[in-house]
Design a protein around this ligand. Structure first.
Ligand code: G3H
Ligand code: ZN
Length: 294
């Protein structure tokens, strides 16, 4: 099996992006894996520190590895939003393919200093692990928010991006380009969409010359996502849309079988609901026609 770096390079050459989907249980893994296999596209499964705490860091690494090996399929594993070196080392030791080292809440000088050290330390554990650094402010929480934070002051600039990548030697950069973690209620209802600063993405790509990740993908305008990928985004993160679909699928599964207690008879509703969202997003990221946009 070729490495995650190989698949990223191939995606970059082909002008498509790799979909990253957060999971916090095996039902979500089943849905993500099922959608990616149906479309035959590589996929990245991610877990934040909280999600890893719930599922088990070494346990999810073994599970994803077993899928990759048994089905000879490019499913990779990312340690999302890692805030301490100890948690990053733990993920590197467990065999994660990439680690998002996120100190974006710190002043930029401190973010640079600690991220540089972390890149060296995590690559000493596993030289082929890819490390992503984060700059700017895109808010926190893959949840439904009542109001939108003011992110205008935390937007990333090409100069800052270039300096950060050169100083820290991260493989991947996550900039702030109009994106935001989580969704507003109006976004869940499909009435409003997140909009991206495409010019800024293009400028950052030219200056930083690194792989770029777009965080906070849920609820983003489809056309903006296409343009962002054309401007240099290589990975798109989706979490809240999956969480919403997970809950709807569960409610539906319980409502349609009120007396059922067998989990594997109830949970296929959740798999189907999440799989639809993943499939639709993967089609868009991979330049395929999207039958029903989200
Ligand atoms: O790292 C996770 C993501 O950036 C997901 O953001 O919940 O807005 O899709 P989202
Ligand atoms: Zn994120």
């Amino acid at each position: 099996m070729r490495s995650f770096r190989d698949f990223l390079q191939k995606a970059q050459q082909s002008g498509v992006a790799i979909g990253h989907f957060n999971i916090s249980d095996l039902v979500l893994v089943k849905a993500v894996f099922g959608a990616a296999r149906e479309l035959n596209v590589p996929v990245l499964v991610g877990l934040s520190e909280g999600e890893r705490e719930f599922v088990g860091t070494r346990q999810i690494a073994a599970f994803v590895r077993s899928l990759r090996e048994e089905f000879d399929f490019p499913i990779f594993l990312n340690a999302d939003h890692t805030h301490s070196l100890a948690k990053g080392i733990e993920a590197a030791k467990a065999g994660f393919d990439s680690i998002v080292f996120d100190l974006s809440a710190l002043p930029i000088e401190e973010n640079v200093r600690q991220t540089k050290q972390a890149v060296e330390a995590m690559k000493a554990v596993n030289p082929s692990v890819l490390v992503e650094g984060e700059i700017g402010d895109i808010g926190t929480g893959s949840e439904i928010h009542e109001s939108s934070p003011d992110l205008s002051k935390g937007l990333s600039t090409p100069e800052e991006a270039k300096q950060f990548v050169e100083s820290t030697r991260v493989d991947i950069l996550a900039p702030a380009v109009g994106n935001m973690h989580g969704m507003l209620r109006s976004m869940v209802r499909g009435e409003t969409k997140k909009r991206l600063d495409i010019e800024r993405i293009a400028g950052i790509k030219r200056a930083a010359r690194a792989f770029l990740t777009l965080h906070g993908g849920s609820g983003t305008d489809d056309e903006d996502l296409r343009k962002a990928i054309a401007a240099g985004i290589n990975i798109v993160h989706i979490n809240t849309e999956l969480r919403v679909a997970w809950r709807h699928g569960l409610e539906h599964g319980l409502a349609k079988q009120p007396d059922e207690v067998v989990p594997y008879k109830i949970l296929p509703s959740v798999v189907d609901s999440v799989k639809q969202v993943v499939g639709s997003r993967l089609q868009l990221f991979n330049g395929r026609h999207v039958a029903h946009g989200t």
